[in-house]
Design a protein around this ligand. Sequence first.
Ligand code: C5P
Length: 302
Amino acid sequence: MSVTVRVPAKVNVQLAVGAARPDGFHDLANVFLAVGLYDEVTVTPAEELRVTCEGADADQVPLDRTNLAARAALALAERRGIEPAVHIHIAKDIPVAGGMAGGSADGAGALLACDALWNAGASRAELLAICAELGSDVPFSLVGGAALGTGRGEQLTALEVGGTFHWVFAMAGRGLSTPAVFREFDRLTAGLDVPEPVASQELLDALAKGDADALAAAVSNDLQPAALSLFPELADTLATGRAAGALAALVSGSGPTTAFLARDARSAVKVAEALEASGTCRTVRTTTAPAPGATVLGGTPA
Ligand code: C5P
């Protein structure tokens, strides 16, 4: 018997960052939008816990117990007092260290898959609590759609989305570490009065209406200056997408993946072609949002 779960990537259409808290985390107003790039996590009973990974970025994925998928299985097994004897296989399509919550997706996927495999019967609330322990973005990977994350991003309020948005993503030639980008944010804002993070009403209205022009006017990412400071070449990628007609161009989360909102599917193809031809990024993907959260695709009988 095995269970496979499909989990989406995310883009942050607003990432408002407050000052560093005493615990080192930052209070956020984080508007997550799940997009149609997916990892698939398959769990199968095994002698002991092990993780394998396939996909273009597979060599960059840790296969030890630091992997969020392994940590998710361990967390659920510990709560149920059972052995985490499971083989977790990740079919990876979300860029690694890209600011698209790929690691978080694998954590949420493994948790949902193990819950099904072990008949653990965890409630939605328990699953969300385990996700929040694993990382700030993991609860959103479970729920998908669109949501406002407050606190360190893990306290979610579901948001309405009134249409389909067309996105293009440009993956960079190397990753960026999320803690390093937050540290750079702290350095760049040292001595400044950092305001409390608040969600933009214009942005929430644009999402609810499915209005791409209004969404483009309202997107923002407070981590973008920090990501550009650590990875200045991203400015060329952003400029390329804008020149090709993207309604908005921004760094996705802590980066270095860059995200381009297009008016429609045709415009998205044009933006993607311009990015591909520019040589300013490694790979380019077009997709739509919102996407559903972690979903059990089914299992195979023993
Ligand atoms: O929660 P998660 O493990 O995904 O966070 C990774 C890192 O990102 C944290 O160790 C911290 O450096 C930074 N972070 C932060 N404030 C947040 C979320 C993450 O400073 N709200």
